[in-house]
Ligand binder design. Structure first.
Ligand SMILES: NC(=O)c1ccc[n+]([C@@H]2O[C@H](COP(=O)([O-])OP(=O)(O)OC[C@H]3O[C@@H](n4cnc5c(N)ncnc54)[C@H](OP(=O)(O)O)[C@@H]3O)[C@@H](O)[C@H]2O)c1
Length: 288
C-alpha cells in the first residue's frame, strides 16, 4: 500500500468544513467550472455561498447556472465579501487580477487566497496581494469535475492550520488531496495537471490500434479506457511496482512481450519521462 502519511487527512465532513464560507471563484473557465461543478456534485456547497467572477460574464453566468444558488459579481465586490478566493485565471493574468484587487482594497479583510495558477509562486502571490493575505497554492486537474481529481496543496507563510483545512476540504471534495512543499509543484503540474493530456493521447493511439485490428471504435474506446483505469487502480490498490505488475502480464514467448518490444523500439519510456521533464520546466516559467 502507498504511504499515506504525506496525505492531509480528508476533512471528516466536507460540508461542515465549508459551511458558512463564502467562496469567490475568479476565472470561470475550464478549471473554475470543473472545481465548482465537482464541489456541487459532492454536496459541499450546500451551506456555502459561491460567487463566480469572469472577464466574460457569459462564462460566470454559465458557472452560476450549473450551481444552484451561485451568484455572479464583479471581481472586487465578490472578493471583498469572500472568505475564500479561488484564483483560476491563466498565469499571465494573475498580476492584473491581483493589482485590481489591491487597487479596490478588496483583500483588506485577508481572505484565504487559493491559487491554482501554474508557475505562479507563493512568494509572487504574497507580494501581489500586499503581504498580509494568507495564501495556499494548489495544483488540481480537470478530473475534479467528476470528483476524480488529484491535487497537491502547498502552504504559504501566513496560512494557518485552519486555512489548510479549508483548502484541503475544497480539493478533497473533488478527488484526492495531498500536501507537499512548494518546491515540488512544477513536477506536480506536469504529472497531475498536464498528465491527463498525455494519457488521452495514449488512449487515442491504443484505440486506433484496436480499430486497425477490426474492433468497432466505441467498443475499442471503452475497453482502452477501462483497461487504463483498472491498471491504474491495480497500482494504487496493491502498491506494487508497475514493472512487477507488467511482469505478471508477460508470459514467456507470448504476445505481450512481443508488443513490449515494439514499445521499447519506439523509446516510449524515455519519451514519456522526458515529456514530464519538459512540461515541468515550462511550467516553472509560466508565472514569470
Ligand atoms: N486547464 C487545466 O487542465 C489546468 C489544470 C490545473 C491548473 N490549471 C491552472 O488553472 C488556471 C486556469 O486555467 P483554465 O484552463 O481554467 O483557463 P481558462 O479556461 O482560460 O479560464 C480562465 C478564465 O479567467 C478569466 N479571467 C482572466 N483574467 C481575469 C480577471 N482579472 N478577472 C476575472 N476573470 C479573468 C478568463 O477570461 P478571458 O479568457 O476573457 O481573459 C477565462 O475565462 C491556469 O492558471 C492554469 O495554470 C489549469
Amino acid at each position: 500500500m502507498f504511504d499515506s502519511t504525506r496525505t492531509t487527512a480528508l476533512a471528516p465532513d466536507l460540508g461542515a468544513a465549508l459551511a458558512g464560507r463564502r467562496l469567490a471563484v475568479v476565472g470561470a473557465g475550464t478549471m473554475g467550472r470543473a472545481i465548482a461543478a465537482g464541489l456541487h456534485r459532492a454536496g459541499a456547497l450546500a451551506d456555502a455561498a459561491l460567487t463566480a467572477v469572469d472577464h466574460r460574464r457569459a462564462g460566470a453566468r454559465a458557472l452560476a447556472h450549473e450551481i444552484p444558488g451561485a451568484g455572479v459579481r464583479d471581481l472586487a465586490d465578490a472578493c471583498r465579501d469572500a472568505d475564500v478566493v479561488l484564483l483560476c485565471v491563466k498565469p499571465k493574468d494573475v498580476p492584473e487580477a491581483l493589482a485590481a484587487l489591491r487597487a479596490a482594497d478588496a483583500l483588506a479583510h485577508a481572505p484565504l487566497l487559493v491559487s491554482i495558477c501554474a508557475g505562479v509562486t507563493i512568494a509572487a502571490l504574497e507580494q501581489g496581494t500586499g503581504g498580509a493575505v494568507p495564501v495556499v497554492r494548489a495544483m488540481p486537474n480537470t478530473a475534479s469535475q467528476i470528483g476524480r481529481g488529484c491535487t497537491v496543496v502547498s502552504r504559504g507563510a501566513l496560512a494557518t492550520d485552519e486555512h489548510m483545512a479549508v483548502a484541503t476540504a475544497i480539493f478533497s471534495g473533488v478527488g484526492r488531496c495531498l500536501t507537499l512543499d512548494e518546491r515540488h509543484l512544477d513536477a506536480v503540474t506536469a504529472v497531475s495537471a498536464s498528465g491527463p493530456a498525455f494519457i488521452y493521447v495514449v488512449l487515442e493511439a491504443l484505440t486506433d490500434g484496436a480499430v486497425s485490428c477490426g474492433l468497432p471504435r466505441d467498443a475499442a474506446m471503452e475497453l482502452v479506457a477501462r483497461m487504463t483505469q483498472g491498471a491504474a487502480e491495480m497500482v494504487l490498490a496493491t502498491g506494487r511496482h508497475p514493472a512487477a505488475l507488467k511482469d505478471d502480464v508477460t508470459t514467456p514467448g507470448g504476445c505481450t512481450i512481443a508488443g513490449l518490444m515494439v514499445l521499447e523500439d519506439g523509446r516510449a519510456r524515455s519519451v514519456l519521462s522526458r515529456t514530464i521533464e519538459t512540461t515541468a520546466r515550462v511550467a516553472a516559467g509560466l508565472g514569470r
